[in-house]
Each structure stands twice: as C-alpha cells, then as structure tokens.
Design a binder for this molecule. Structure first.
Ligand code: SAM
Length: 732
C-alpha cells in the first residue's frame, strides 16, 4: 500500500488550508493565468509522494525528490495543478483538456522563459502605454491640488432611461461606496448631487453639503426603480434591448504626497475627468481596430445572464477607454519578434482582461476590484469598477491597487521564478519559513541548462473520452475532473479565448478552434442539454481508457465533491465500468471558505480524494456496513480536520459521507457489476446500494448520538495507529 498507508489527513489538510487562503503565496505558478477550481498543489504533492515514496508523508514532503522514469497522466488538466506537481517531482507527464485555453495555459506555465528578456520587454510595454494612453488614467488631487496623480479605480453606475419622461437616471442599489474597514469612515454618495460624504454612522448619515438627506439604500429594488425626475416606476431591464450604459460617479486615486494619511482617497469626478472619458470615447470611435474581437456571445447556462442584460457580443463588456487601452497593448504585443516572449505577453494580456471589463465590481470593504471571475459566472452588477490599465507603483516599486499591467507583470514574474526555484512554506509556531526545494523545478530542462530532456511533457487539447494511451504505460493517473455542473469552463473561458485568438491569429498553434465550448465537455449544462447521463458516460469512458493504460496495481486518483448524490452515482459508475476498486476515500480541504462563490452558500470546501486500483489493498478500519459505523469514521476524520485548523460545516460532512458511501457501494457492486446495463439502470443500482448502506438522514442521527469526540478516537477499530498498519489491510 502506498497512498493508503502513507497519506496523512491532518498533515495535508493543514497544508491545503493554508494554501487555499492565499494560493499564490504557496503556488505562485497559478498566477500565469486564471483557471477555475484549482485544487491545492500541496494536496497533489502529498498524494504523489505518498504513492511513490515508501515513507509517511511528513518525512518526505520537504525533501528534494526525483521520480525520473515515472509517467503520470491527467486527462482533465485544466490549469495544471496535478501535472505541475508531477513534473516538478521529475515525472514524465501526459495532460489533456478539451478546452484550448487550458492547454495554452499549462504550456505557458511549463515553458522555459528568459526572465531578464521578459522584464526588458515589460518595461518597454509600460513606457509605450504610458506615452500612448497614460494621460487617460490621471486626475487632479482635490486635497493638494496636484495634477496628474494616478487613478486607482474609476467607479461607474449603470443608468436607465425612464419609459415615461425619457430622462436618464442612476441605478444605485445602495449609496455606500466604502465601509469603515480599510477607510476611517463610511463614504456615501449623495443621491441628489453625487458628492461623496464621509460618514461616521451609516444609521444616521445626516445631510450632504447640498442640503439633501443622505441615504444608504439605493433606488433599485427588486428589479424596479423609481425615476427621480417624474416618479414613474421603471422595471428591469432599464435600457431596452441594448447593453446598459454607465455614468462615472467616483474615483479612487493615489497621491504619494498623502501616503501618511489614513484610509483611501476618493473624489467625485471633475470636468477634466469627464473630458478624459470623452477623449477616450472619441479616440476609440476613430480607430480601425485590429485586435478587438467581434464574436457573439453564444447562449449558455452562464452567458444567458449577459443576454438578459442586453450584451450580445463580447466586446460590449468593455468601455471605450478599456477597448482603446486593450487595442494599444495588443498592437505592441503583436510586434514582439521573439515568439516565446510574444506568447508570454499574450497570456498576460488574456489574464488582464478579467480586470479590464465592465463586469468587475468594487469591494466596498476591501476597497479593491473583484474581477469578472471572482465567482464562477458572469456577475453583472449595478456598480462596476474600472482599474488603472497600466497599474501603479509605489516609490519602493511595489504595486498599488489591482488589475493593471504592473500587477500582472509582477505576479507573472514571481510565477516564472518559482518554476526554477520552487519552495514549500513551513510554519514554526506563527512564523512562516520558506524552504527552497533545491533540485526540483517545473519544466522540461533543468533551470541551469538546455540539456536533453530528462522528463517528457505531452500536452494535448483533445477530449479525454477519445484519448488512446498504450496499455501498461502509466504509473499513475492524478486528476481533478469536472464536478458535474459546478463550473462551465467552456462558456467562461471563451471570454478570454476570443481575444487571445484575435491577438495571436487563428493559425497560431493551439488556437485553431473557433470556440472553447465543446459538446463533449463533461459538465452538466441545461442549455446544451447535457445531463447526468452525458456526464456519467463520458467520465466512464475516460476512466476506462485510463484504467487500461495503467500498470498493474497503479492508482487512478482524483478529487471530487458535490452536494448532490446524483453526482456521486456518476463517479461510482465510472469506477465500476473501468473495472477498478476504490481502496480509499480521503477528505481534504480544497477550496477557500471565504471565497465568494463558496461563502454563505452552505457549500463544502472538502473534497474526497478517491484512490482506485485494479488490485491492491485497503485499510480494514475504513470499511463499514451501516450508518452507525460510518458516523464513527466520519467523526474521526472530522477530528483530524479540526486538528488541522478547519471548521467543518454540514456541507463538508455531507461530502465526506458521500465519498465514503460511494466507495463502499463500489465494494459491494464490484463482483456483480454488469457493464452491459443501460446507464439509467446502472445509476439506479448504485443509488439503491448507496441508500442501503447509509443515508444522510441516518448518518445525521448517528452523529448526534455519538460520544464526545475524544472518546470516539479511542474506538479500537478506528484508531489511527491501527488503521495505518499493514496487517490491518485487506487485499483486493
Ligand atoms: C476541475 S477542472 C481541472 C482543474 C485543474 N486540476 C486545475 O488545477 O486547474 C476540470 C477540467 O476538465 C476539462 N474537461 C471537461 N471535459 C473534458 C473532456 N471531455 N476531456 C478533457 N477535458 C475535459 C475542463 O475543461 C476543465 O479544465
């Protein structure tokens, strides 16, 4: 046994929890480009080491390791987490993804880059942008009177046209621009004159200088808005069939002369600020664009929201200044002669897009931009933020604010430095220590030279349902498949892809496909009529193909979570159809509790890691027959997760339980599994088997009846020491 005996839930959970708080500090490589639902790199490092080093994970984790000659595949590579960990550990890797953006991104992550040349070009780009468009991001500081200080953020409110009086009105859902967290007071916009007011107590906001009472609640309520001019009640959409229009109502700026002042600097736009907006509009309307895509936004589960708001083409999600700035940057990048560098800057450009569009929202607490992908959808709000396109540097060179080129270049440089000097972070008490893991690197060649390949990298943009790998060629599969319908990868990434393709050209390798959408994407999607049958059959095909390529006893390891049983039926069917057995189902935190798409949704941050093999052994104490035994197992794991610093929720418990019940259902069904049955029949058989083993209701009752946690740990059958010993294993 390998993972089954060496993996340590508490040790790994602690690493994963920390990583997911600020993933870029632990795995800077992710900053090469946004991808969705990236699992913790620390988790996959733990899994690979547990499998290939015959030692407990805490003894190998911080050491240099080299698994030269071992070949690992990831059929759903996405942003590349498992693959990069395997590559860093010296393995040969084979990765596929159906989405051309994913293949592009992993290629970019892994390809060698001359960082000094990159920095040189980056400085040229910044000075070119400064000369061409820098003046559009300046303002006058009303406090010191200084001209030409940098705008951090422009804040825009959507406007509507009254159907009765035809006048334009603002669509403020609320008038709070800033809360008193990062700023000493609240900042409220006056509904009448638009002045910005510093307010101590929003419950008693008082009066604006114009004499009107300040308000907190805005005029838009439940998709209705009363026209301030004639009192008519307008209903959404407030702009007919067209994309919404916006009005600049506030600016957050940076004035180094006031660096010692507490809080942020806000102003109501003055005539010059409005003139800059008009200048950008004028310039943009007179440009013959070469790089702005004209592509329509196709309908979809996520994109239908954009249609409801009147957006029909991707370019409509940007204002004139953003389009002008993007065109200017793209024209520079297109001229970069060195292909490797051109790709790097095109990747930066694509990633920058998520901050440079009119779907970004302003976080009134953290006072920063929330990019378009801060949730896994296209969140249209009434108030949007436009970041400074170039970005701002403080006198010490560090960036201020977010969403500009300077931020992207800084993050990307860190990411590429990490490839040649990867590290782990260890805590001694509260003190953080960076441990460089010398002798490991990300890429094909050693960082020092272009010596012949000592590890191979095979990346393909194909559907894994049609991937053919030779029999007995893989030492392991480590993957993170789509979690049924949780993220619409194809729909979302098209937002970037249409720009990247336009910039690099449709003939550029990897950009031949016209879209990132694909009927074989293994996600549930109502618009594309992809349901659980499509998902289950597709996943089964992929796992069967992977299973036949695995060496005897080699594992197929994947993470998974969902809050519906249906999604686990598909997982069980795929494992059974692939003729595998599930030897372990291990819990590990894999998301950030506070992340916007998780927070307050009751969702789980826990993944189950499924370990599947043709044959091997399993820990006897992980087997159970009913809800009461399952409750003890779950309780024990919760204890380990709590020891690691996690506060498991009901959603987490549900996912842990589903993982275990799925595993045991596979044990029950393995010997009688009939692959010839229809998918509907197979799913029904699995559902019945799972329900016979334990239901969530039964588990809840059992958990409530359990003894206090400390006593549970002492139950012999479930004790950690016993569970880890070889003699307590059952072979299959
Ligand atoms: C959960 S994500 C992987 C995330 C990845 N591990 C990471 O770290 O970013 C699942 C991936 O499966 C891909 N995918 C979906 N259907 C596929 C198919 N039929 N063949 C290959 N990849 C597919 C999606 O495009 C997505 O990138």
């Amino acid at each position: 046994m390998s993972i089954e005996s060496n993996f340590d839930i508490e040790f790994t959970a602690r690493l994963a929890l920390r990583e997911k708080q600020i993933q870029q500090n632990y795995r800077p490589i992710i900053a090469v480009h946004k991808w969705f639902a990236r699992r913790p790199g620390t988790l996959f490092r733990s899994l690979i080491l547990s499998e290939f080093k015959n030692q407990p994970i805490d003894q190998t984790y911080y050491c240099t390791n080299n698994f030269e000659g071992i070949t690992i595949a990831d059929p759903f590579m996405g942003g590349g987490t498992p693959l990069l960990e395997a590559n860093r550990l010296g393995c040969n890797v084979i990765g596929t993804d159906i989405n051309p953006m994913a293949t592009w991104i992993v290629q970019e992550e892994i390809s060698k880059l001359d960082l000094s040349k990159y920095s040189e070009v980056a400085e040229h780009l910044l000075s070119y942008l400064e000369d061409e468009i820098g003046y559009l991001y300046k303002t006058r500081c009303p406090i010191t009177g200084t001209e030409g200080v940098e705008v951090k953020y422009f804040l825009w409110v959507k406007t509507g046209i009254c159907t009765a009086c035809q006048q334009s009105f603002d669509l403020f859902p609320g008038y709070i621009l800033a809360k008193d967290v990062r700023h000493p007071t609240y900042v409220l916009v006056c509904a009448t004159c638009g002045d910005l007011n510093e307010v101590e107590d929003p419950a008693n906001p008082g009066f604006c200088n114009c004499g009107e009472v300040l308000q907190v609640k805005g005029a838009v309520k439940r998709s209705q808005c009363t026209c301030p001019h004639c009192g008519h009640i307008n209903k959404a959409p407030f702009h007919g069939d067209e994309p919404p229009s916006h009005r600049l109502f506030a600016i957050e700026y940076y004035n180094p002369e006031l660096k010692d002042r507490s809080g942020r600097l806000f102003k109501k736009p003055d005539a010059d600020d409005i003139a800059r907006v008009e200048k950008a509009q004028f310039l943009w309307s007179n440009i013959n664009s070469s790089f702005v895509p004209e592509d329509d936004i196709p309908k979809g589960d996520e994109t239908n929201r954009l249609h409801r708001w009147g957006y029909k083409r991707f370019c409509e999600l940007f204002n004139s200044r953003q389009l002008l700035a993007l065109e200017t940057a793209a024209s520079f990048i297109a001229q970069i002669k060195d292909k490797r560098l051109r790709c790097a800057f095109a990747t930066n450009f694509s990633d920058l897009l998520r901050y440079q569009n009119m779907l970004c929202r302003y976080d009134t607490m953290a006072l920063k931009s929330l990019d378009i992908f801060s949730i896994h959808g296209f969140p249209v709000g009434y108030v949007q933020v436009e970041s400074n396109f170039l970005g701002i540097r403080k006198h010490n060179g560090l960036p201020v604010g977010s969403g500009g080129w300077i931020n992207i270049i800084e993050k990307y440089s860190k990411a590429k430095r990490y490839c040649t000097s990867p590290f782990e972070v260890v805590f001694q008490g509260k003190k953080k220590k960076i441990i460089e893991i010398g002798g490991e690197w990300i890429g094909e060649h050693t960082p020092k030279s272009f010596k012949p390949h000592s590890r191979t990298i095979d990346l393909r943009c194909v559907s894994a349902t049609s991937l053919n790998l030779p029999e007995n060629s893989l030492d392991a599969v480590f993957t993170d498949p789509p979690y049924y319908g949780m993220v619409q990868y194809g729909e979302l990434m098209q937002f970037c892809y249409v720009w990247l393709r336009k910039l690099m050209g449709a003939n550029f390798p990897g950009l031949g496909q016209t879209t990132t959408r694909h009927q074989n994407e293994l996600t549930g999607n109502d618009t594309a009529s992809r349901g659980i049958i499509h998902f289950a059959e597709g996943l089964a095909q992929v796992y069967s193909r992977m299973a036949s390529a695995l060496k005897p006893g080699a594992p197929l390891v994947f993470t998974y979570h969902h809050n519906r049983q249906e999604a686990y039926l598909a997982v069980a069917m795929s494992i059974l159809d692939a003729d595998l057995t599930c030897s372990a189902s291990l819990p590990c935190p894999a998301e950030m509790g506070g992340s916007i798409h998780i927070h307050g949704t009751g969702s789980s941050i826990i993944d189950t890691v499924f370990i599947c093999r043709h044959h091997g052994s399993t820990v006897r104490s992980s087997l159970f027959e009913n809800a009461s035994q399952l409750a003890r197992l779950v309780q024990h794991e919760l204890e380990e997760l709590r020891n690691a610093g996690m506060k498991p929720t009901e959603g987490d418990i549900r996912c842990i339980a589903f993982g275990h019940i799925t595993r045991i259902a596979i044990w029950h069904l393995k010997s009688i599994w009939d692959t010839d049955k229809t998918t509907e029949q197979k799913l029904e058989i699995i559902r019945n088997t799972m329900n016979e083993i334990a239901t969530l209701d039964e588990l809840t009752i059992e958990l409530e009846h359990l003894e206090p946690r400390q006593q549970v740990i002492n139950f012999g059958l479930f004790a950690v020491s016993e569970a880890k010993e070889q003699h307590d294993a059952i072979t299959f």
